[in-house]
Design a binder for this molecule. Structure first.
Ligand code: EPU
Length: 448
């Protein structure tokens, strides 16, 4: 009896893993024939992490807003669905979004949508400031870490909001938020954005101390200022916001995506190719440029919004530690681990921002990289070449690192897990093909 039931449970485990494997086989994937040099120019899209937060920022306005240079991404579509569920009008054009927040009908965001897009939690600040209440489900963790939101919540409480968590949802109420001096325990990007947005419509002055300094925070401040907000100090660790009674509509262009720019620069370096990455802001890439130079690449600015990468004959390993901006960005860590795996000598890459962001290492090892993980360190010993393999991207930036590694690897690499990649890269394969890469998207279901 017991043997029988064990057999049947084994069978069902086998059946389960078979159907999981079948489901995986049916997912779209990228096929890359690596080892070919790249050449030419490539254009960077608007910044995903700016676009997402600016979309929530539009909730603050009493009039329609227009955003341009919006990347075409799965995450942007999801944020559009969340805003639609709140009663916001959304009209989408090519890289343009018209957002009409005049008639918000709901202050409660649906769990099914928020759980798919962590950034949608950032709507809590503007909803609360404009509507006096917000109910947003806790987004939960993801592949790279637990990603709590207590800094957002503590800050809103310090601004006079009543905030409590019930049944997995954060409930926040405040007839009128009040300005406050808020010290953040960590310069969280999202918490800085949440509190800065909330403060724009609060009574009196808010000072955010130990604020995040990322370019996306500055972009949000500029967007809010274009709607009439009074914000000073964005881009430093102290931001001062004087509340105003209302914000008007605006027409605003999103900054270029510095992480996408770094993706193409590392693609140039790893394939030892001279390419030009255009429509970027070099000042947003200071840490990446410094590391690429230390590795042995020249970065030449032929015009103010472009960088040409010229890899040297010998590329050497360097050590990197991820930090809040202007330190080396965690979102570029996986890309540089891929690059360093093909640089001479040893490198140590330390991830300090997230507790679990080295998921790309086992995949790179499958391609022949020599990397050991010790705690939050990736200890890399450069190898002369990688060999193409089937690999899976475990999160957005890990997927991009697989693509970059596949461009350099000998033979064919198949990258699975494209639902991650498509969250943050606007048509990456077409852009890489324009640089001469041999890369195809295979959609097994579409072919049937
Ligand atoms: N943290 C807390 N408590 C909080 C908030 C954050 O402990 O209340 C911790 C997080 O768990 C994490 C660290 O602080 O360990 C940094 O988190 P942060 O809040 O700065 O990140 P975020 O706002 O959630 C944004 C980007 C991320 C990027 C980080 C860091 C968006 C939509 N996302 O996330 O982007 O990694 O800043 O620069 O803006 C990506 O694009 O792939 C991505 C993950």
């Amino acid at each position: 009896m017991s043997t029988l039931s064990q057999d049947s449970s084994n069978q069902s485990a086998e059946a389960q893993s078979e159907s999981a494997a079948k489901a995986k086989d049916e997912q779209p994937m990228l096929q890359i024939w690596g080892g070919r040099p790249l050449e030419g120019h490539v254009q960077v899209s608007g910044a995903k992490n700016s676009a997402l937060v600016l979309m929530t920022g539009a909730l603050l306005a009493s009039e329609p807003c227009r955003l341009s240079n919006v990347p075409a991404l799965a995450d942007i579509a999801r944020m559009g669905e969340i805003l639609t569920a709140l009663g916001v009008g959304i009209t989408q054009g090519k890289h343009v979004l018209e957002i009409d927040p005049r008639h918000i009908t709901k202050t409660s965001a649906p769990y099914e949508l928020v759980s798919q897009l962590r950034a949608s939690f950032f709507a809590i600040g503007p909803l609360l400031a404009r509507m006096g209440e917000a109910r947003v489900p806790l987004p939960g963790g993801c592949a790279i870490g637990a990603r709590p939101v207590e800094i957002h919540v503590d800050g809103l409480k310090q601004m006079g909001a009543e905030v409590y968590i019930e049944h997995g949802t954060v409930h926040a109420y405040a007839k009128k938020l009040k300005g406050a001096r808020i010290y953040m325990d960590y310069p969280s990007v999202g918490a800085t954005e949440t509190l800065m947005m909330a403060a724009t419509l609060a009574e009196g002055e808010t000072v955010l101390e130990n604020a995040a300094q990322e370019p996306e925070v500055v972009d949000l401040a500029n967007f809010c200022r274009s709607m009439g907000a009074q914000i000073q100090g964005a881009g430093t660790n102290t931001i001062v916001i004087s509340g105003v009674p209302r914000l008007h509509g605006t027409d605003y262009q999103i900054v270029p995506d510095r992480i996408e720019a770094a993706t193409f620069l590392t693609a140039g370096a790893i394939t030892r190719s001279e390419i030009t990455v255009e429509a970027l802001v070099p000042g947003h890439l200071t840490a990446a440029i410094a590391k690429l130079k230390a590795i042995g690449c020249q970065l030449i600015s032929d015009k103010p919004d472009a960088l040409r990468i010229v890899p040297g004959d010998v590329l050497r390993g360097v050590d990197i530690e991820t930090l809040p901006y202007p330190g080396f960005p965690t979102d570029m860590q996986a890309l540089f681990v891929a690059l360093l795996s093909l640089c001479e000598g040893s490198s140590v890459v330390t991830e300090t921002v997230y507790e679990n962001r080295l998921g790309h290492v086992p995949e790179l090892k499958r391609m022949g990289a020599d990397i050991k993980i010790k705690g939050n360190n990736a200890m890399i010993q450069g190898v002369p070449q990688l060999s193409g393999a089937p690999v899976t991207g475990t999160d957005l930036r890990a997927s991009a690192a697989m693509v970059v590694a596949g461009l350099a690897a000998h033979g064919q690499t198949t990258v699975q897990g494209l639902h991650h990649l498509d969250r943050g890269y606007d048509n990456i394969e077409a852009k890489l093909r324009s640089l001469g890469a041999k890369i195809e998207r295979i959609d097994p279901v579409a072919k049937v």
